[in-house]
Design a protein around this ligand. Structure first.
Ligand code: NI
Ligand code: MN
Length: 227
């Protein structure tokens, strides 16, 4: 069984085959965070790009938990220089980790690190769990047509940004669902601040009318279980 918990904004906690995996753990500065950074468990941390609302509390959580941080080569170097254990990958490259096979996918976005360092290209994540469940985390991105190629893998769950302004908004995120054709969708990266406020129930209605995907609107702290 795989459990996906939304920690508000773009932060997620995955539990799969007893491994604890955090994605973009932005907790201490996140007004929507339902937990305290010091209460999170982590065996692995995935960082999609260099922006502060994604790198977040990665360094302090990794040092406390001794989690292995997986990110692109540039961000892995930056984190490694701060004493964090890292595994670098890059876009198009997959690796068999203890929790499953993780591939970095392209994302259309920026990636400068909080201190201005070059953070390489931003990424999304395609995770095949040990049980064969396929999870696609688009992370911060605009719409791109090659989401269709990612969809060809047979996606069980797509986690998509819908907030607009910095990422796909509701209209493009609906087009993304049509390209990816996932069974389940979780919308994220909205309502953290007024700038990315969206009517998520209206979006769920549109997606479920126009596609066969099931949209799971989570409150921060709520989970979806997949088995
Ligand atoms: Ni960003
Ligand atoms: Mn962001």
């Amino acid at each position: 069984m795989t459990t996906v918990t939304w920690l508000g904004h773009a932060s997620l906690a995955i539990e799969s085959s007893s491994y604890h995996i955090l994605i973009d753990p932005f907790i201490s500065g996140n007004p929507a965070a339902p937990v305290k950074e010091e209460d999170l468990q982590a065996d692995f941390i995935l960082v999609s790009h260099g922006h502060g609302d994604h790198v977040g509390d990665t360094v302090s959580i990794a040092k406390r938990t001794n989690a292995l941080v997986i990110s692109n080569f540039e961000i892995a170097n930056w984190l490694g220089n701060q004493g964090v254990r890292t595994h670098p990958q890059h876009i198009g490259g997959g690796f068999k980790h203890p929790f499953g096979y993780l591939k970095l996918t392209q994302a259309l976005h920026g990636s400068a690190l909080p201190d201005g360092s070059y953070g390489g290209n931003p990424a999304g994540f395609l995770l095949t769990t040990l049980e064969g469940i396929k999870l696609y985390f688009a992370c911060d991105t605009g719409l791109f047509g090659d989401m269709r190629l990612i969809g060809e893998e047979g996606i069980d769950l797509a986690v998509l940004p819908i907030g607009d302004n910095f990422t796909m908004g509701p209209d493009d995120a609906l087009r993304a669902v049509k390209l990816i054709q996932p069974k389940h969708v979780i919308p994220i990266h909205y309502n953290t601040w007024d700038l990315i406020a969206q009517d998520v129930q209206h979006w769920k209605k549109r997606v479920e009318e126009e596609t066969s995907a099931q949209v799971h609107v989570l409150s921060p702290g709520q989970s979806l279980q997949l088995d």
